[in-house]
Each structure stands twice: as C-alpha cells, then as structure tokens.
Ligand binder design. Structure first.
Ligand SMILES: Cc1ncc(COP(=O)(O)O)c(C=O)c1O
Length: 421
C-alpha cells in the first residue's frame, strides 16, 4: 500500500513529509518556542491581544492570521443569529444522529445553502468532517458509475483530504501528482478508464487550481472532480458561490463535488458538500460516516450560518467583496509575491530559511502585526515564508503600514532587499 501512495512525480519528499512521525519531530522545537512566546487572543474587529498575560494587560496587534476574509466572523447578524438559534431551541446539541432526530433549522440552512451554491448542499459540523465522509465514498466507485476510479491527489491538497489516502488506497489505486500538473493528470486520464482528481480550489498557502483546464479534461475524459473550495467561497460570485462554483455553469452535474468549510470567508462554522445529483445526495445522507452519529452542526453553528446566508443574499456581500478586492490590490501595489494580481486574499512572502522567517514574524509582531510563518510540511523544503491573510475589515492604513514593515524587516533580517533573489 505504501508503494501505491508514493508520489508519481519522482519526489520522495511529499510522501515522507506528511507522515505524523516526521511532522512531530520537525515541528516540536518550534511549537515549544511558540508556546514560550505566547499566543494571540481574539478581541474585536481585526485586532488580537498577544501574550500569556491576562487579556487586559496583553498588547494589541493587527491580526493578519484569521481567515475570515470578509470579516463576517464578528458580524452582528451572524452573532445574533447564533444566539437566537440556541434561545429558540433551548439547547446546543442533541446527542443523536440526524437520521433519527434533527433540528428544523438544519433543514432550513441546507435549503438556503442549496440556493446560494446552486447545488444540493449537505451541511456538516466542519470542513474536515465533510471531506472525511466523502473520500471513502469516492473510492468505492459509487460516484463513477460503479467503476472504482484511480484517485489522484494534488501534492498540495489540504491535509483534510490527503489524510485519507491510506483508506482510499484500501479500496482503489491512489496516485499523487505535482501541484497543478495538468499534463500528468491528462496522461493518467488517457491510460485509465475512470479517474477522480482531488484538489483545493483556492490553496491556503496561496495559488489556485486551473478550473478551466480541469473542466476540459472532464469533458474529454469524464474526469471526476472533487474540489475543496473552503478558501474560495463567499469572496467571489454574486451570492458568494466562490472561486470554483462560479466557474462551473449552473448545473453542477454528477461528475463534480465541491466541498467547503463555512469557517473561513463564510464567517460561521461547519462544512458543506455541494452535490449535483439526487442519487449522490441519497448516498451521502445514508453512508457518509460523519452524517450519522452525533455529528450534525450544533445550533450555534447552524444559527451563525443562517445569519451569514442573510448577508450572502443581500447587497452587503458585494460591498464587502469590493472592499476586500481593494485591499488586496493595495497590498499588491507595494509588496510583490507569487500571488500578485490574483483576486484571492492570501499572500506569501517567501523568505527561504525557516530561522529568518521566524525572526521576521517576531519583528513584525513587535511592529504590531500578527502574521504567520509557513514552513514544512505546508510548503516545500527551503521555502519558508510569512503568510498574510487580507480581509475586507482591515483598515487601509494598517495594510500600508504592514507593507512598509514587511519591506523594512525583510531587508534588516536578511541583509538583502525584498523580493529576495
Ligand atoms: C482547504 C481546507 N479544507 C478543509 C479545512 C478544514 O476545515 P474546517 O476548519 O472547517 O474543519 C481547511 C482548514 O483549514 C482548509 O484550509
């Protein structure tokens, strides 16, 4: 089985770097150091309180870590709606599978989400669990006319997808290809009767999948697409359909599933699967493991998501999307990154050495900006960097100050001007 899940691009690294033993030995000293330094406590708006002291005595930083790209996580409608849902039902969670007993509000939420995403939407308590339920079903061949597909993972697909490779490999052949390697995917499609490709729509470390090219392979070879677009929903599309869904015509069809977390741009909590066929919906409602047992979203999550749906169906969504676009553009005018010019809110300042990336993040913290270090296994060896998540709620002036601080701090720390060559 180990043989089957080795990457096909010849690199041993991606096969090794995702093992838990490697992740623990590599990550332990950094976690120790980070815990000593303290952590961020969320406060209001886009600020965090930083440190191990009581909240009142912690210093404040501008938060560029949170993924609430439209700032909906603290929106009064989302918060009030979560509270109201609990007050109405006088409960947070019923300890029962929803196949036996469920809150009416959950049905209401799935209907609203189905309208927003033009799909048959099933809600889960997290994006992670939505993927956990889907991967084994994909491997059975039930989604591909009864023939087990060769399941091909993008090397950079999110851990909530790749974690399931061994389970998928118990049922069928698994391949891993280099990031966005459409040629490798096409070669597999040519040689294999049924192929399913698993990828992110928008990658959390920056970048995105070439949806148009993937759809061409789908038309040519019947390729099945499973796209996790948690970082793409809400920020694009008239109703926030997202990066992937808005590039696929009205009907999703029976060869595409889009998964998403509701805990990022959507501003609530939970996860969804967008399906295009009634038989697939029935299959997931019966056989997706996290659909059963006591794992539906809880009432606060359902309420928050209902509140966010209201915003998605109002003019405010477009307003927030435009605010976000303006801030991304402003950042791009000042700091060059590999993502420069795309309309997505994730920017990575590539530094190279992990020690330098950590030193720069520390320095930025002293300047009042909470950013994030990216390193193995999330990015390749020697490609450590600083990740910045821009949101619609950041003040223009704070983005300008962050950009100036990045340019200054990188030059001070590395002795070279940014971008580093
Ligand atoms: C691409 C992607 N998929 C899935 C998840 C998991 O989503 P959730 O936090 O809702 O479990 C994440 C979370 O970081 C993610 O980035």
């Amino acid at each position: 089985m180990q043989q089957q899940i080795a990457p096909t691009d010849g690199s041993r690294l991606s096969g090794q770097r995702r093992t838990s033993a490697h992740a623990i030995s590599e990550g332990r000293p950094y976690f120790d150091a980070a815990e000593m330094a303290g952590h961020g406590h969320a406060t209001t708006g886009r600020t965090t309180a930083w440190g191990n002291d009581p909240l009142d005595s912690c210093r404040r930083e501008i938060d560029f870590v949170r993924r609430s790209y439209l700032g909906l996580d603290t929106h009064p409608v989302v918060v009030a709606s979560a509270i109201e849902a609990i007050e109405v039902h006088r409960s947070l969670h019923w300890s029962s599978a929803r196949t036996r007993l469920k809150f009416d509000l959950l049905g209401e939420l799935e209907e609203l989400l189905s309208e927003i995403f033009s799909a048959r939407v099933l809600a889960f308590s997290s994006g992670m669990l939505a993927n956990l339920g889907a991967m084994p079903i994909l491997a059975t061949g039930q989604l591909t006319g009864g023939t087990k597909p060769v399941v091909v993972f993008d090397q950079s697909a999110h851990i909530s997808l790749t974690y399931h490779k061994p389970m998928v490999a118990d049922e069928t052949r698994v391949e891993t290809i280099a990031h966005n390697d459409i040629d490798a995917l096409e070669r597999l499609c040519r040689k294999t009767p049924v192929v399913a490709y698993v990828c992110d729509g928008v990658y959390p470390m920056g970048g995105y999948s070439p949806i148009r090219e993937l759809r061409q392979l789908q038309e040519r070879y019947g390729l099945f697409l499973y796209i996790d677009d948690g970082h793409g929903i809400s920020i694009l599309g008239r109703q926030g359909e997202g990066f992937a869904r808005s590039q696929i015509p009205q009907v999703l069809g029976n060869r595409t599933i889009i998964a998403a977390s509701l805990a990022k741009g959507f501003g609530a909590s939970g996860g969804v699967l967008m399906l295009g066929a009634a038989d697939q919906e029935a299959l997931f409602r019966r056989f997706s493991i996290p659909y059963a047992f006591s794992m539906p979203p809880n009432l606060a999550a359902i309420g928050a998501a209902l509140g966010s749906c209201k915003i998605h169906r109002s003019a405010e969504l477009g307003h927030r999307q435009r605010q976000l676009a303006q801030r991304i553009h402003l950042f791009d005018r000042r700091v060059a990154t590999a993502e420069q010019g795309n309309s997505l809110p994730i920017r990575t300042i590539t530094i190279g050495s992990k020690a330098n990336a950590i030193a720069i993040a520390r320095e930025l913290l002293d300047c009042g900006f909470y950013t994030f270090v990216t390193s193995l296994p999330a990015v390749g060896q020697g490609k450590a960097g600083i990740r910045v998540c821009i949101t619609a709620e950041h003040a223009i002036r704070d983005i300008e100050r962050l950009c100036d601080s990045i340019l200054h701090t990188v030059a001070e720390t590395t002795g070279k001007p940014y971008p580093l060559r």
